[in-house]
Design a protein around this ligand. Structure first.
Ligand code: VTB
Length: 338
């Protein structure tokens, strides 16, 4: 039986969890405290998830149990009724962006059949390549940067100087940056949030980049892979070792410099769900906005099996949500702005 056959509503439940995360953390927008952005988002998302009919286990979460009190790797979420699922969460991908009042923060969550998501464990970073459907079958992370930029441009009928590469603005990506610049391709440097960066390349008709390259977080890579599956894009990763210790730990589980993680290695099933809600305004989704008694959220949800992408703009009543005990009220620990 197709897993989730009875769970057509799971996508909507995941949207609700992402909405809760942005409504709670959005209160901290621009206040300079990324820890509070994360705390508020985690608490709200966890509260929302516990009401969902599923037997979920957090595979990609806030960290190991001894370091993350909530949404830790291995935590069981959901009512226990329904399908057994892996859950991957980043309550706010780009907490720094949110805390600094910058665009591009996104709450993301994905679900897939139990034991289908890659577990990064001590492999914290991956070198990534992501592109949308048009060039999906041509990219090769083991090929030179120039090859991948050229093949994506060709597949999309673009000149090199019309092709946009998106990557995290980090020193570790400097060599890739130089090669792309030398080709004359356009470059979108993002401060944080490479799940968003990947979405920019895969939402056909809405794309604001053609190819994501560079080294980013491995938890985010698994979440990205779920979104890429829903969008018929493609993604490949290779390990990035910061030091010998990273490499030794990875080698112990059979991951070496030669390892390529394909899209199917990152998430084995096609029966995946992905949801995202705008934390701050961005290319694809407006962020959360507060209008007195009401709060506006903008989300998308996707299902791998059907490929359906739904954009959901919602207006929430603070009063009714507060009566339900949902954690979206203005956080009293925040100094009353003047
Ligand atoms: C990456 C990226 C994330 O943080 O994990 C990055 O995948 C962390 O990189 O989207 P550094 O350790 O170099 O800061 C994000 O940008 C946001 O969580």
């Amino acid at each position: 039986m197709a897993l989730f056959a009875e769970d057509k509503n799971l996508a909507m439940e995941l949207v609700r969890a992402a909405e809760a995360a942005v409504m709670a953390s959005g209160r901290w927008f621009g206040l300079g405290n990324k820890n509070e952005v994360d705390r508020a988002a985690v608490e709200a998302m966890r509260f929302a998830l516990h009401g969902v009919d599923m037997k979920g286990v957090i595979v990609i979460g806030e960290g190991e149990k001894d370091e993350a009190p909530m949404l830790f790797n291995g935590e069981e979420v959901g009512t226990g009724a329904g399908s057994e699922v892996d859950i991957a969460v980043d309550p706010i991908d780009g907490t720094r962006l949110m805390a600094q009042g910058q665009d591009g923060a996104l709450s993301v969550i994905a679900a897939a059949p139990r034991n289908s998501m890659f577990s990064p464990q001590d492999l914290f970073y991956l070198n990534k390549i992501v592109t949308g459907p048009e060039a999906a079958s041509y990219i090769d992370i083991q090929a030179p940067v120039e090859f991948n930029v050229r093949i994506v441009a060709k597949a999309k009928g673009k000149a090199i100087h019309e092709t946009t590469v998106v990557m995290l603005d980090r020193p570790r990506n400097e060599s890739i940056l130089r090669k792309v610049r030398a080709m004359g391709a356009r470059i979108r440097l993002i401060g944080d949030g490479d799940v968003y960066g990947a979405l920019m390349t895969c939402l056909t008709g809405h794309e604001t980049a053609d190819l994501l390259l560079g080294i980013g977080g491995s938890p985010e890579a698994v979440i990205t892979a779920c979104a890429v599956k829903c969008l018929d894009g493609n993604m490949q990763c290779t390990p990035y070792f910061r030091n010998d210790q990273d490499e030794q730990k990875a080698n112990a589980r059979g991951i070496t410099r030669e390892t390529v993680l394909t899209l199917n290695d990152l998430v084995k099933s096609d029966n995946v769900f992905f949801a995202a809600a705008g934390g701050s305004d961005g290319d694809l989704l407006k962020g959360v906005h507060y209008h007195g008694e009401h709060i506006e959220t903008n989300s998308l949800c996707m299902r791998g099996k059907t490929g359906t992408i739904r954009y959901i703009s919602a207006v929430h009543s603070r009063k009714k949500l507060a009566e339900m005990g949902e954690n979206i009220e203005y956080d009293p620990t925040v100094n009353e702005a003047n």
